[in-house]
Design a protein. Sequence first.
Length: 411
Amino acid sequence: MARTPAATVRHDRGFWTDNALLGAASLVSGLFNYLYHVVLAHVLGPRSYGDLATLLNLTSILLIPLPVVTLVFTRLGRRPAPQQQRAARRLWLAGVALWLGAVAAGGLLGRTFNLPPGLVPVFTLEVVPSLPLAANLGLWQHARRYLRVGLLDVMLNAFRVVAAGVAGLSRSPLLLVGILEALAAWATWWASRGTSRLPVRRRPASWRLVAGTATAGTVNALFALSDGLVAKARLPAVAAGRYTGLATIGHTVPFLSGSVATVMLTAILARPDRHGRYLGVTLAVYALLALGAEGLFAGAGAWLIRTVLGAGFLPLAPLLPPYGWGMMAQGFLNILMLYAVARRNWLPVLTAATGWAAWTAWLTRAGSPAGFVSVTLATMLPALALSALVVGLTYRKGGPAAGRTPLEPVP
């Protein structure tokens, strides 16, 4: 039997080490995120918690470029100094422009979503440093410095828990949460600096590569927040607050796909000849994690909701297991999209984008939390099946360009 080359063995070990580092950091960050919502859900109650979730989702809309920027810089790596400096300036300007736009639209957004006045500008202030932070995270990920990436992620979520704990002692908890969230983003950006020491990739990136990568990042971000926003706009206040609590727990499942998919992406970029192996291992690892979460939802869903969100959210406990299956499918879609990014094969990305559009359009016609869950199942499962079919049919597309050796990284 042929012996596996030593370089391949080292790379495979690095793949598992990267998964362990980023997975552990994601687990700790996820626990901090749960603790953040546990504290605020108990302090605020369903109605005010719905306001918090809406403010966070509105901020997430402004931060849709954030995972896009991270993914683009993860895919492309650090460029020569003049290009990198221009990109940094543009990201700072974009962050300021987005925040000023939120300030200008704050009154309209507050009336549309029945929010307390003056909170939109405060909550969206974190947008300004978040785009440069996203770029730095992408550069560290491209270099496979996952210990640094994981520590930054843990740092940001730990700050959020502190914000929730302090805000619970205030007479204006939502206002204080917004202020402290902004401070957390600035502090994490400060800690993310130092990317100028990373290796430079001088090969130019095509517009198609940038556009395709950005599209995948955008769809990934929209998957994470669309149902919460539609619920706030279409459901009564208490029902919307309860559904956003359900989504907070349910979106943990696709969150599990984030770290393993990112490691898969950078591993394939370094060794494109191993793309099939890394895809298969990533899908298997995520399936085990997601099934474990779904088992918890099915066996202890009521306990989980009571512990994390409070007794006021218990009416939606029966919806958690079916919602979890829809979210599991969403996580598989995220993995397939990042695989497509690594292989420069954009058809699976377009397929997932079509699934998101159908999901969101159908959600606007659902009139209850149960309807939202039914729509999620009825769209996510077919979208996953179609995306998997597309990936299977186009499996041999993409990869190293003509004339390149199989071991040479894809630019």
